[in-house]
Design a protein around this ligand. Sequence first.
Ligand code: GRF
Length: 206
Amino acid sequence: MSEAARLRIAVLASGRGSNFEAIARAVAARSIPADLSVLVTDRPGTGAEAIARARGVETLCLDAREHPGRDAHEKAIVSALEQRQVGLVCLAGYLRLLGSAFVGHYRARMLNIHPSLLPAFPGLHPQRQALAHGVRVTGATVHFVDEGTDTGPIVIQAAVPVRGDDTEETLSARILAEEHRIYPEAIRLFAEGRLAIDGRCVHIRE
Ligand code: GRF
């Protein structure tokens, strides 16, 4: 891919930022053939922002409270991403539901990571849901984002065993290690132009 056509990635995060860091590390190591253009947060003082600063990645805090109304806030994000010619949006612990205009704008160009084997346990506290349900195996899923909550076409999944003595914390930590592996991998496949969406299914081209 020529420099002019090189993919530009934005990460949207609201919290700790460990997935953002895994992505930034993979980009810096050139495992992902793309540029990490900007980290966008929706609140000040996140862990993700501190990581971005330490790594020299541009950060943009578009505080939702300063853009009242979801549409206004999302328009501000789209405008910032368009200015930077972002071609892939990666949600990494972004705690806001996105409206249909935003989702439509980045259809097939927006990924999310969720700490369960979707379609099991979408939404909030999936690790807690898995423990409460008594499953023996759970995991992590990278998927394209559609209008539903964690319902979009699945790119990569990783399975993680649930142990009898697991707490939400121990299970979350085991899943997180897999998240940090599969999210950069899915982004690499996207950047290489190898993902083809066919209805609910994502085909990975050789
Ligand atoms: C991760 O478990 C991710 O799957 C979920 O939110 C958490 C974010 O963690 N969507 P971090 O901020 O990337 O450390």
